[in-house]
Structure formats: C-alpha cells, structure tokens
Design a protein around this ligand. Structure first.
Ligand code: SF4
Length: 622
C-alpha cells in the first residue's frame, strides 16, 4: 500500500503507529486477540481513555486499542454503544380518527423514530482551577439535558492533553478513577446528542488532534451547513477523516492553515465555516471560546471566586459550580485565555446580524438558565400568558406535558384564572431501552414516560400545554391518554408557533415533509390529534414579545426565514452516515510518520516489551 499522508493533521498516522506498537506489548501479555488500529473495526471497541501529546498517544479501552481522534472508534456501522431512539418506535399504531388520510403517513413517522425535537449539545471550558476536570464534570452534569448520547472531558497538564470519552450519561461515563486520570488546571467538556454524524463512540467529543505545532482539543455545539463541501475539499487534498462529525473539519482547517500565530489559524479556520458553532478549544497553554457571527447557539462566560474562567452553553452550569455569570460570548467573538498572556478578546470575523435560536427559550434550555440575556423561565411563562389571551377556552383545569410545558402552563393558568394541576406525572426512571411486553399495550412508550392522574382529569374540561408539536405522534397519544383517564374535553395549547421547517443550525429535526404543521393546517391537525380544540402561540405575538430584539432571533423553523441558506439536510445526513470503508485485520500498509513520531513509537514499544517481560502492569494508561 502506498504511504498515506494526512495533510497537516497528523492524528491518524501518528496514533496508529503508536497504537500498533502498544498492541505489540499488549499481545505479548495475551490481552488482545485482534489487531488494533485506527482502521480497525469498532465492533471490538467500547469506551476509550487516552492520553495524547504531540509525539505519542496511549490508549486504553475496555476491549481494545484504537486511535485518538477516533479513539475507541472507527466505523459508522458500529453497534457497540449505539444509542437507541426514544419513543415507541415499534408500537402498533391506532389512529383516533381511523380512516383519516394522514394515517399511513403518521404510521410511517412513528415507525421511523420518536416524536421529539432533540436537544443539541452542551460545551464547557474551565481555565485556571486545579480541580478543572471535576468542575467540568459537574458542569456537564448541569448540561445533561442538552445531550445524553455521550460525554467527554479533555484536560491539559504539563504539555499533554488527557482525555476520557464514552457513550451514555455523564454519570455513566465518569467515576472517581476516570476523573483522577484527568489532571491539570484547564479542561474542556462536551455532552452530545448527534445532530451531525452517527451516534457512535468515535463521534463523542471533545476531539483531540496533534499537528505540527502541538495538540489541540475541540468541543462543538451547532451544525456546519457547509460541512459536506469543506470535507470534500479537504479529502481532495489528502485529508483523512476519522469520524463522521462536522466538527472534525475544524481541526483539519486549523492544521492546514498557513496563518501565524495560533489564534490567527483559529480565525482563519472559523472564517471558512458556515452555520452554527459555539466552540471551545484547549491547547497545552490556552482555552479559547468562539461563537459564530450569527450567534445561533448560546455560550456564556463566568468567573469563579478564585479567578478561574468558565465558559458554558447555559448559565445553569455556572450556578452549579458557583461561578458568577459575567456575560455572553458575543456573536463572532473569540476569547482567548493564555497561561502567559492572560485574557484577550477579538472580533475578527465579518459582522452580521445576530440570529439567536428562539427554540432555546421554547424547549432546549433549562428554565433556571439565562440564555441570550433573557430568563428562560420568564419567556415560557409569558408564552403561556399569551396563549390564554389569544386562545381562551372554558375549562376546569390547566395541566402541562412535563417538563418543558410546565412553566408555560403556569403562565396560562395565571392569566386564565384557572387552577394549574399536575394531570400528567413524568417518570424519571425510564431508561433508554425498555422491553415491550409480548402482548402489545397501546401507547406503551408514552405510558412509560407519562402517567395520567385520574383524580385531576375525571369529568373535567382540560387545557393541556405542550412546548411544541413535531410529527404529532406523541400528541395523539397524550390526547387519548387524557380522555381515557376521564377528561370530558381536551384542549391542546402549544407554547410555540407551528413548526413548518427543519433546523440546519444544530438541532436534530426531521425533514419538513415529516412535520405535521408543514402538511396540515391547524384545524386538520386538531382532527388528527383528536383534541376538542388546538391553538399555537402566534408567531407575531412571539416576535412582539421580543420587541426590538425580534430581528436578532432566529425563528426559521416557524417562518422559513433562514439567515444562512440551508443545504439539503437529508442529503447531508445520508452522506455523513455513509459507512466508512474499513481495512480490518489484514492491514499491512505503510503509514507515514514523522521521524520524531517513529522514534517515540519505537521507544514506547521497547518500554512496553520490557515491562511485559518483567510482568508489570500494562503500559496503556490514561
Ligand atoms: S431554525 Fe428553529 S431550532 Fe433552528 S436555530 Fe432557528 S429557531 Fe432554532
């Protein structure tokens, strides 16, 4: 096989060389039966812990060794750790309006995946605290609602980046011993829900790469709309990708940039990105926080009383670790905190109008957060009040679809002068998978999550508030649940305008053809849901509530006003999910490494052999 050159970004080859040498030692100890390699099948891989510096990488995983950017990962077809979709995706479908023309379409939607608009991701960065990894861990826990598929932390200590990533919740990925493997006073972290790229371990962030000037880690919240083009261009020029995530292109762009110094390289790379990105970077010396010029996704800055800097997607993360909120990272702003040069801020990108995602206030963010300078609780309460004004109805009780409908329901109840009651109880103990009983139970998936309270509902005219309707499949079940529990009337009020378009800026959405409000008007939607009445938050009232700031918010999924022209998301998804061609155990090619890397790998292999022959503990550590 011809030598492989990874343009600028030396990740793939250097880690592979080191990993293969580690393998020699591992094999000598009889711990492995399979060739580990950056290109090996991830079916042999689960979570990985690894240490990376510009010369070598050490990898530990539960079942095998692998490469760092793709640490414990290689193939988009991996089955280990793949997240499962929510909802009753295999449920039998029973339409409340049998024979309605939407029945077949709804059935197909139901079979495809659950009916939720998925959270995006959450990012955190800490600089200047000896407990950086622990603070990062706690902050990620506070941001868990933004992504539950995977989590990771990278720390910088003595010119080495240390990383732990894994599939699952923050509490599942990290424990005391994992945190001990993350020394250093600066750290970045990430919780992930896959908005671009498959749900496999290799796509769990932060990503780490080594290039000719050192090592760099990145964590990203958002979606790049020009990812396919950038990746195609980079691949044409010889870049090799380890993941199917759009974030990896950022590392490649930084690596090949001709600009100096380091910060100029970051700017150069970011200026080529289109779409949504709130990024945190970690190098041996620096933490950098950047927000895209439109500022689609949130990013805030805080300080601890000991002077440590904290960056996070939401203020709820600052609250948990007792950091004081300072301000937002401004759209298009790059903040650099350097060990030697301290704090600096620049705005080197072209200025465009801010387009903050209004859906953060509708659904994504926690109500106790302040996002884009506004209280999320205050926004949701106001949406409920507006609904009571614009769509009043005679009723006995106001209830919410928990949790995201609760605050709007309180606002509705307050303005309508009707008591708010807990008519639906949410189970907090539903795992990601649940075994369905052999005899089908209608609406099993929804019943697992939501239990109606007959005491509140029986014989009552009920107003039920939800945050949004996506495909409509869950709403149908909720209406049916309430009626079966004895509600005489069910009036549905939605604390957002009808969703008629997909999001291209970091939120996982179905294609617009799958959105019920794209296909049906409000009355026809009501009929399909089986509700006595249905009303949405009017878009003009939402904009009115935002006042002068309205043009600074993105509401494209309601209005179709996309600030950055969207690409074909369906196509993008198909491309990014395309199985990576894998060369498994038969790999015999030469992978080009720098002389330093080859030397480091040789030394490492030698040390490992010595250790193995001495019968000592394995050299693979994190
Ligand atoms: S399209 Fe919708 S979800 Fe996406 S950024 Fe705009 S408001 Fe947010």
């Amino acid at each position: 096989m011809a030598a492989v050159h990874v343009s600028g970004l030396h990740t793939a080859h250097s880690c592979t060389v080191a990993a293969q040498n580690n393998f020699a030692a591992e094999k000598a100890r009889g711990r492995l039966s399979k060739t580990p390699c950056a290109l090996s099948s991830s079916s042999s891989v689960s979570r990985g812990d690894w240490v990376w510096n510009s010369k070598s990488v050490k990898v530990e995983s539960r079942k095998g060794l692998c490469s760092p950017v793709a640490a414990a990962s290689s193939v988009s077809t991996a089955s280990v750790g793949d997240a499962e979709h929510d909802g009753a995706s295999s449920m039998e479908w029973l339409s409340p309006t049998s024979g309605n023309p939407m029945e077949e379409w709804l059935r197909r939607s139901e079979e495809r995946e659950g009916d939720a608009w998925r959270e995006e991701c959450g990012v955190v960065a800490i600089f200047g605290d000896p407990e950086a990894s622990r603070l990062c861990y706690l902050s990620l826990h506070a941001l868990q609602h933004r992504g539950q598929e995977g989590a990771g932390i990278v720390t910088a200590n003595e010119n080495t980046l240390h990383a732990v990533t894994g599939m699952g919740l923050v509490s599942e990925v990290f424990n005391e011993s994992k945190l001990k493997k993350l020394p250093g006073s600066s750290a970045i972290g990430h919780v992930r829900y896959a908005t671009a790229g498959a749900s496999v371990l290799k796509n769990v962030q932060p990503f780490v790469a080594g290039y000719r000037f050192g090592s760099l880690a990145v964590a990203h919240n958002g979606n790049l709309v020009n990812y396919s083009e950038l990746r195609a261009k980079l691949e044409e020029n010889g870049s090799i990708f380890n993941t199917s995530s759009d974030t990896e292109v950022i590392l490649h762009l930084i690596a090949i940039s001709k600009k100096r110094p380091f910060v100029a390289r970051l700017v150069d790379a970011c200026e080529q990105l289109e779409g949504a990105y709130s990024l945190v970077f970690l190098s041996e010396e620096k933490v950098v926080a950047v927000r895209d010029p439109h500022g689609f996704r949130p990013l805030v800055m805080g300080r601890k009383s000991n002077g440590a800097y904290v960056f996070a997607s939401e203020t709820c993360a600052l609250d948990l670790i007792e950091a004081e909120y300072v301000r937002e990272v401004q759209p298009g702003e790059m903040i650099v905190i350097d060990k030697n040069e301290g704090y600096s801020s620049s705005c080197l990108m072209p200025r465009v109008e801010r387009k903050a995602c209004i859906f953060e206030h509708i659904y994504f963010a926690l109500p106790n957060s302040v996002v884009f300078g506004r209280s999320v609780y205050g926004s949701r309460y106001a949406y409920g009040q507006i609904l009571a004004e614009t769509a009043p109805v005679e009723c006995d009780v106001v209830i919410a679809v928990p949790d995201s409908g609760v605050v709007a329901a309180l606002g509705y109840a307050d303005r309508a002068g009707v008591p708010f009651q807990q008519g639906l109880i949410r189970s907090h103990y539903v795992g990601r998978t649940f075994i369905e009983p052999s005899q089908k139970i209608r609406d099993f998936g929804v019943k697992l999550k939501l239990a109606p309270v007959a005491e509140v509902l029986k014989g009552k005219r009920v107003v039920v508030i939800d945050d949004s309707i996506v495909r409509g499949t869950t709403s149908i079940k909720i209406v049916r649940l309430l009626k079966e529990a004895g509600a005489t009337e069910v009036h549905m009020r939605i604390a957002s305008p009808p969703i008629t378009g997909s999001c291209y800026y970091g939120v996982d959405t179905p294609s617009k053809e799958e959105l019920i409000s794209y296909r049906l008007n409000v009355e026809d939607t009501r009929k399909v849901l089986g509700a006595n009445s249905l009303a949405f938050l009017p878009l003009e009232r939402l904009r009115g509530m935002l006042g002068d700031e309205a043009p600074k918010f993105c509401d494209a999924c309601f209005s179709g006003d996309y600030a950055v022209p969207p690409r074909d998301l369906t196509k993008l998804k198909e491309e990014t999910m395309k199985p990576v061609q894998v060369i498994d155990e038969g790999f015999e090619g030469k992978i080009e490494a720098t002389p330093e890397e080859a030397l480091a790998a040789e030394q490492e292999a030698l040390a490992a052999k010595k250790e193995a022959s001495a019968g000592q503990a394995p050299a693979v550590v994190a």
